[in-house]
Design a protein around this ligand. Structure first.
Ligand code: PXP
Length: 236
């Protein structure tokens, strides 16, 4: 199973001061050096974390592959067609949400999704649809021409360790099986952490997990001791 690392939170931290630190390019480099097989960034409509210049630089500097998460808007589609990432993941986007809250409603807008992804597919970009593990959404996704779905693991992640865990996990397992039987490849992501990720191995054929928040959160504490020590040594 492959690991795509989402580095949006590094950009959030950088933007808090408006400068260039911490660098998303450096974050991508470290992720790549430690096993990431792709770097994921979400170029949101409000550009709250990743900026246009980040994706234009990443596409030139990455040693692995750029997976661009994007909503169905014309201006982001234009950027995707210009930079041609290895893959895009189509996500729903609401302005007020803190993070991507639910899966894309492919079944409710099948023609629109099919039309929107066509130029991207024609340009040779791999297209993935971020959907809830729901039978109707999987079946609709298989009709669009997209090669991948990414199953939203948020509900499973929240249910982990509770009475609902088994049902939520089963939903993921069944959705993956159905998708694969319809010729789709399956990724998964959202809310995965160092505990709940372990069950992903029980889903046969998962290609890649996209993980951001738990990795960046952990990095703060695995790196904080060294960072304090270095400053302390300097001012001693
Ligand atoms: N996959 C998709 C489509 C997402 O929108 C996100 C969040 O940006 C992730 C994966 C990563 O989620 P998390 O940050 O909770 O690991």
């Amino acid at each position: 199973m492959l690991l795509g690392v989402n580095i949006d939170h590094v950009a959030t931290l950088r933007n808090a001061r408006g400068g260039i630190e911490p660098s998303v390019m450096e974050a991508a480099r470290i992720a790549e050096e430690n096993g990431a097989t792709s770097i994921t960034t979400h170029l949101r409509e409000d550009r709250r974390h990743i900026k246009d210049e980040d994706v234009y630089t990443l596409i030139k500097t990455l040693k692995t592959q750029l997976n661009l998460e994007m909503a169905m808007t014309d201006d982001i589609q234009k950027i995707a067609l210009e930079i041609r990432p290895h893959s895009i993941c189509l996500v729903p986007e609401k302005r007020q949400e803190i993070t991507t809250e639910g899966g894309l409603d492919v079944a409710g807008q099948l023609d629109r999704v099919t039309e929107f992804i066509k130029p991207l597919l024609d340009a040779g970009i791999i297209v993935s649809l971020f959907i809830d593990p729901d039978e109707n959404q999987v079946k609709a996704s298989a009709k669009t021409g997209a090669q991948f779905i990414e199953m939203h693991t948020g509900t499973y992640s929240e249910a982990f360790g509770t009475a609902n865990e088994e049902q939520e996990f089963l939903n993921l397992k069944n959705a993956a099986k159905l998708a694969q039987s319809l010729g789709l490849k399956v990724n998964a992501g959202h809310g995965l952490n160092y505990e709940n990720v372990k069950r992903m191995h029980e889903i046969p054929g998962l290609v890649e997990l996209n993980i951001g928040h738990s990795i960046i959160s952990r990095a703060v504490f695995t790196g904080l001791g060294e960072a304090v020590k270095k400053m302390h040594d300097l001012i001693k």
